[in-house]
Design a binder for this molecule. Structure first.
Ligand code: E4P
Length: 215
């Protein structure tokens, strides 16, 4: 399983990218809205020039024609751009049309295996099931990843599964075990993945012993 980072904050992306683990970035309108005084397209360009991998930018239109127009514009920003489309009939129409143009797509807001299958058949490069939001409703988000992974394996479907709406480190482990190709992870959760008290204690012990060694 690869890591994408789920943010539109350039400082977070730069820092996480320096760790050598980031294979892509996802943004959404809410994440972009958190950033003050930026142009959406300029920010996507800045990210895509830094990161060697897929950078998802989401359309705002709700109609297929508008989504296609926006998707074509977004795709011109940089070859790394992936057009993110909502899981609606219009989103799938746009997905099929943009796929025909050779543009990468990420169908987002997936909450069932059937939605993932539909998105895949419309040609989605990536499908994004939101596991945290399902957990919030008392459903099992990780189980959805497992179902989609099994269906894609049985039917040899090439779309990649991005586990999205990741809330904590356990989600990351569980998504990897369930067969997600990618986990798009918020910066805070990425920093939590590093931590183990025995690692800190181990470093402290090594440093202390080194300082006290005979010379
Ligand atoms: C995925 O691409 C979305 O941007 C994201 O994971 C949504 O997560 P949330 O449920 O924390 O908003």
């Amino acid at each position: 399983m690869k890591f994408f980072i789920d943010t539109a904050n350039f400082e977070e992306i730069k820092e996480a990218y320096s760790w050598g683990i980031i294979a892509g970035v996802t943004t959404n309108p809410s994440l972009v809205a958190k950033e003050k005084n930026i142009s959406f397209h300029d920010r996507l360009k800045e990210i895509a020039e830094l990161v060697d991998g897929s950078v998802s930018g989401e359309v705002i239109s709700l109609e297929a024609d508008g989504m296609i127009k926006e998707g074509l514009e977004l795709s011109k920003i940089h070859p790394n751009i992936t057009v993110k489309l909502p899981m609606t009939p219009a989103g799938l129409t746009a997905c099929a049309a943009l796929t025909k143009e050779g543009i990468k797509t990420n169908v987002t807001l997936i909450f069932s295996a059937n939605q993932a299958l539909l998105a895949a058949r419309a040609g989605a490069t990536y499908v994004s099931p939101f596991i945290g939001r399902l957990d919030d409703l008392g459903q099992d988000g990780v189980e959805l990843i497992r179902e989609i992974a099994e269906i894609f394996a049985i039917h040899e479907i090439p779309s990649q599964i991005i586990a999205a709406s990741i809330r904590h480190p356990q989600h990351v482990t569980q998504a990897a075990l369930a067969g997600a190709h990618i986990a798009t992870t918020p910066y805070k959760v990425l920093t939590q993945l590093f931590k183990h008290p025995l690692t800190d204690k181990g470093i402290e012990g090594f440093m202390k012993d080194w300082a006290n060694k005979d010379q």
